[in-house]
Write a protein that binds this ligand. Structure first.
Ligand code: PLP
Length: 281
């Protein structure tokens, strides 16, 4: 199996983590996950633009252009012969003796990328269960940071409750899932948290909004409460790995009639068409 280390394709077995890599010691870095369909990257320009933005927000300068990164990722996908899967990539601030303050500017970021096979489960994903939890994370959730403790603790609570996702809220206002964005449908209109510092502006969320525009589904980027969440006609989670998934039960309570709704299905079908458009044969 091949990986990318600092822009070069290498054997996975040759790659070691340095104990003083700031990603390892502090979670000091940023990451992305990009989906591969039919051996092709999906929405990679958006992911790579966000990666560079996230890095910039914490003063990491990525020493490659989007095009350079993309060319190497395509090479990696071909080398590993991935048809359906994901590529995970991260940049840390680099290796330097442990000290909270940044190292000197001659310390280069460490870049790693590797692929994983993920089956494509088809268009109409079935409903999933969720719980609600308090959002205990920091106030820069717009940065796709390696620091994921708040997200991990939330997801673990969901797992222990036999649920797929934990929907987080700050004082009763829903922010996002532990690894997804969350939207609701009320009176046929889609509502999703605005892209502020309190959520990650998901690429899937952005594609979903574009689909709403294209299909004339009315939508609003506005936050909503836990009460609105539980009373919604439909609840939708979006992420690179979950794509567009209906949430049909929250805290043991059915959403709508407990089945995937019509807006969700419309979005799923259009999302599938977008995958075909970008990554079809
Ligand atoms: N919010 C959080 C906290 C996430 O970790 C993720 C993705 O993993 C998302 C939202 C969805 O983002 P995207 O659609 O770009 O995968």
């Amino acid at each position: 199996e091949k990986m990318i280390l600092n822009g070069e394709i290498r054997n996975r077995s040759e790659i070691k983590v340095e104990i003083e890599d700031r990603g390892y010691q502090f979670g000091d870095g940023v990451y992305e996950v990009i989906r591969i369909y039919n051996g092709k990257l999906f929405t990679s320009e958006m992911h790579l633009a966000r990666l560079i933005e996230s890095a910039k927000k914490i003063n990491i300068t990525i020493p490659y252009t989007i095009e350079e990164i993309e060319v190497k990722l395509k090479e990696l996908i071909a080398e590993n012969a991935i048809t359906f899967g994901t590529v995970y990539m991260q940049f840390t601030r680099g290796v330097s003796p442990r000290n909270h303050a940044f190292p000197s500017t001659d310390v280069a970021p460490v870049y790693v990328a590797y692929t994983k096979e993920v089956p494509y489960s088809g268009v109409l994903k079935p409903g999933a269960k969720a719980i609600t939890v308090e959002d205990i994370r920091w106030l820069r959730c717009d940065i796709k940071s390696l620091n994921l403790l708040g997200n991990i603790l939330a997801k673990q609570k969901a797992a222990e409750a036999g649920c797929f996702e934990a929907i987080q809220h700050r004082c009763g206002t829903v922010t996002e899932g532990s690894s997804s964005n969350v939207s609701i449908v009320v009176n046929g209109e889609l509502k999703t948290h605005p892209a502020t510092n309190l959520i990650l502006n998901g690429i899937t969320r952005q594609v979903m909004i574009k689909i709403c525009k294209d299909l004339g589904i009315s939508y609003k980027e506005d936050d909503f409460t836990l009460e609105e969440l539980l009373a919604a006609e439909e609840v939708i989670m979006t992420s690179t790995t979950a794509e567009i998934t209906p949430i049909t039960e929250i805290d043991g309570q059915a959403i709508g009639n407990g089945e995937s709704g019509t807006v969700t299905r419309q979005l799923q079908q259009a999302f599938h068409a977008e995958i075909e458009r970008q990554c079809g044969h």
